[in-house]
Write a protein that binds this ligand. Structure first.
Ligand SMILES: Cc1cc2nc3c(=O)[nH]c(=O)nc-3n(C[C@H](O)[C@H](O)[C@H](O)COP(=O)(O)OP(=O)(O)OC[C@H]3O[C@@H](n4cnc5c(N)ncnc54)[C@H](O)[C@@H]3O)c2cc1C
Length: 417
């Protein structure tokens, strides 16, 4: 690797892990980690869970203390935006005008909240949940709020709703589709979570379209649905997904299609530029090689390790099994594999007990497993799927079937480990 070293743009999970893994894998050159947020790199998952709830403080949010960056010779530049990339000159230009040369550039620019084109999104009291700054502002507003409308019933909307209900707030969730977590979870899991939230007092409007957010003066007052219904609100959380930050890459002439397009080794068409984490669209080994963009800590961290391996001289195609988790009140959902497009589900355990797994099949092949408060099932599921092993629907449904033994059996597929 040339002396100019590695420049990493974005200091979220992926950027931080890339810097840490490069050192761990013996890379000795210059590492510059550039992040546009202030402060030290931090973890996002607790933002909608324990940090929002006030159960943990900033200290437990941070990836590492300041000393880590010094000790590992990682030149961390907080509050610093990369404005553009000069591919021919192999340098990036900062918003300040300063140029940083690179031998290899890692784009770990993540994603930002999707802002729906609705009248009223600018009103005071309309909030988002992506960054630490968002969450600090939201925490203060949550304390003062009485009636909350959440737009979007994905992971973040539901996690926020669980915290808000625990604080005694009235919560109404508006969802365009007919179920919660429809993009990522099976129907049985969706129904279980919607029922669980209802039991705590959360109200839902499914198949409901917001047409505007209305204010009283500059403050939010209510949310209006397509049918004319008005939902009173002094706080509105918009959680309708994210947009990948691909502008730096596209301005530099790199392909962007729902994320920065990379190959199996997470390289863009420019051999000196990689893209990782939420911003990257990669050919996923667990989705028949289809271009895939994932929003998960596992994906961000494993992408980073894969690129660090390559830069340290041990290139390999990215093949890690995707997995996810969500915590909604006392319920922990863990998903192993990608279940999109499944055509059949099998229950293991009884949802009534609050602990069960859903095995998702397509054409008889096991795609993924969702586990609710069954961490052992999730651990076995990860081994099972990473090793290319299968269990039949009958085996999955049989409570006496030994999932652990199946997960640790000799690999069933050639080349699986
Ligand atoms: C509230 C919340 C809860 C979550 N909970 C979970 C969970 O329970 N489980 C799970 O697996 N995942 C969860 N996620 C998703 C997970 O946090 C993300 O997948 C992960 O953070 C992605 O990491 P990343 O580094 O790719 O992107 P990001 O974390 O988005 O980091 C990218 C960074 O790059 C910065 N940046 C962008 N452009 C520039 C530029 N030009 N110059 C400098 N800096 C730039 C951005 O501001 C940002 O700080 C959650 C996300 C949120 C928001």
């Amino acid at each position: 690797m040339p002396d100019a070293g590695i420049v990493i743009v974005g200091a979220g999970h992926a950027g931080f892990q890339a810097a840490a893994s490069l050192r761990q894998h013996g890379y000795d050159g210059h590492i510059t980690l550039v992040g546009d947020e202030p402060g030290l790199p931090y973890q996002r998952p607790p933002l909608s869970k324990d940090y929002l709830d006030g159960k943990i403080g900033l200290d437990l949010l941070l990836m590492r203390s300041e000393a880590f960056y010094r000790d590992h010779r990682i030149d961390y530049l907080p509050g610093t935006t990369v404005a553009d990339i000069d591919r021919a000159g192999r340098s990036v230009r900062l918003a300040s005008g300063e140029r940083l040369p690179y031998g290899h550039l890692v784009l770990a620019t993540g994603a930002r909240n999707r802002v729906p084109p609705l009248p009223g999104v600018e009103l005071d009291g309309v909030c988002y949940l992506r960054t630490l700054a968002d969450t600090d502002a939201l925490r203060d507003r949550l304390a003062a709020a009485e009636r909350i409308v959440v737009i979007g019933a994905g992971f973040i909307g539901l996690e926020f709703a669980a915290v808000a209900r625990a604080h005694g707030k009235h919560v109404f969730i508006v969802e365009l589709t007919d179920r919660v977590m429809g993009r990522v979870a099976s129907v049985p899991t969706s129904h279980f979570f919607a029922d669980a939230h209802r039991r705590t007092g959360v109200e839902f409007g499914f198949g409901a379209q917001v047409v505007r957010i209305a204010g009283h003066g500059d403050k939010v007052d209510h949310v209006e649905l397509a049918g004319g219904e008005r939902l009173a609100a002094d706080l509105v959380l918009i959680s309708v997904g994210v947009v990948p930050n691909g502008e730096l890459a596209s301005a530099a002439g790199l392909a962007v299609a729902n994320g920065i397009v990379v190959d199996r080794e997470l390289l863009t068409a420019d051999p000196n530029i990689s893209a990782i984490g939420d911003c990257a669209a990669f050919p996923c080994a667990h989705a028949d090689g289809q271009p895939t963009r994932l929003e998960a800590v596992q994906n961000a961290a494993d992408h980073a390790r894969c690129v660090a391996d390559r830069i340290a001289g041990k290139p390999h195609p990215y093949a890690a099994l995707p997995w996810f988790w969500s915590e909604q009140g006392p319920l922990r959902l863990q998903i192993a594999g990608l279940t999109t497009g499944h055509d059949h589900t099998v229950l293991r355990g009884d949802p009534e007990s609050g602990e069960f797994s859903v095995f998702c099949y397509k054409g008889g092949a096991l795609l993924g497993i969702e586990s609710v408060n069954r961490p052992a099932d999730h651990a076995h599921a990860r081994r099972l799927l990473a090793g290319g092993r299968q269990v039949t629907p009958d085996q999955a449904a049989d409570a006496d079937f030994d999932l652990r033994a199946a997960a640790t059996a000799r690999p069933a597929l050639p080349g699986a480990s």
